[in-house]
Design a protein around this ligand. Structure first.
Ligand SMILES: NC(=O)c1ccc[n+]([C@@H]2O[C@H](COP(=O)([O-])OP(=O)(O)OC[C@H]3O[C@@H](n4cnc5c(N)ncnc54)[C@H](O)[C@@H]3O)[C@@H](O)[C@H]2O)c1
Length: 272
């Protein structure tokens, strides 16, 4: 069956819409994991637990595996953001079958842009795991977000994740990319909120832990950011994703006052 999405045409590496796997659960699939770091490793663990056949492709970790498996249903891209485009190009050059799904956190609009550039269908399926609890989180996610390229491929991913019996939200890839960047920026904001509050409490001679406990004794509040006080956020994801979000504002000529302030305050804290 032919399907169009804007000027993106059905491509050779896209599954057919008439494929009888759509909508079915517990169907064993063959799946590539491209990039076997924190996210790729956890995704492979999940997919094996769900009974799928998983192939790993990571030329830096496993140089003996020269090319990705060709005959697969899905290839999940789990590389660093900057390597996503090359990873997809490599799948195309190797004539890999099946749907391409970006799990990496990418700048807003990337999935659509790459889809148009390579003339293939690509979904975005952001990962929300915590690095220190990767296996636990990937098996027990709060929600699964599918940024679909078309309903047929959205359905394929729904069928993949439905055995987890967790809420699945299907949306556009632009929405799912924005959700991921805002999620990490929200966490960065909470950490910054408590870091700055800590400065005032110190001057007042107050116990920040007591203050935070009382503030958070309200069901509208999140406790995130109240474990440590006065420590800048870091790691691979929060600073990078906050930056991607700020860049998205600037692309539209907007001035992200709050998100810039989070960055500035965090940099100030790091510089101490
Ligand atoms: N680490 C986390 O907690 C976390 C959580 C959610 C989302 N993410 C996002 O997921 C993505 C991956 O993060 P990560 O922490 O797993 O990264 P990572 O650095 O741990 O692993 C990335 C892997 O990709 C491999 N790689 C690089 N280029 C490749 C290519 N062209 N083809 C195949 N493999 C290639 C590297 O060798 C590496 O093993 C990033 O966009 C990140 O922001 C990370």
């Amino acid at each position: 069956m032919k399907h169009n999405r804007g000027n993106v045409q059905l491509c050779p590496i896209t599954l057919s819409c008439t494929d009888d796997r759509f909508g079915k659960t517990n169907q064993k699939m063959k799946i590539n994991i491209v990039g076997y770091g924190t996210v790729g490793n956890a995704q492979a663990y999940l997919l094996r637990k769900l009974g799928h056949e998983v192939y790993i492709f990571d030329p830096y970790l496993f140089p003996d595996i020269k090319s990705p498996e060709r005959n697969v249903d899905i290839s999940f891209i789990c590389t660093p953001d900057f390597a996503v485009e090359n990873a997809i190009r490599n799948l195309i050059e190797n004539k890999v079958d099946g749907l391409v799904v970006i799990k990496s956190t990418v700048p807003i609009g990337t999935t659509e842009e790459l889809s148009k550039k390579f003339k293939i269908h690509i979904c975005h399926n952001p990962e929300f795991l915590r690095e220190a609890h990767a296996y636990e989180d990937v098996m027990n996610p709060d929600r699964i977000v599918i940024g679909q390229c078309c309903p047929e491929h959205g359905k394929l991913l729904i069928s993949l994740y439905s055995p987890l019996k967790k809420p699945i939200y299907v949306t556009s890839s632009k929405t799912s990319e924005t959700v991921k960047l805002l999620s990490n920026s929200y966490l960065a904001m909470l950490i910054t909120f408590w870091n700055e509050a800590n400065e005032l409490c110190k001057q007042l001679g107050l116990d920040i832990r007591e203050v935070a406990n009382l503030v958070c004794a309200d069901r509208r509040m999140s406790r995130y950011g109240t474990r440590k006080f006065g420590e800048a956020f870091g790691g691979k994801c929060l600073p990078k994703d906050l930056n991607h979000l700020r860049e998205a504002f600037r692309k539209f000529g907007l001035n992200p006052l709050l998100f810039d302030a989070i960055q500035d305050y965090n940099n100030k804290l790091k510089g101490r």
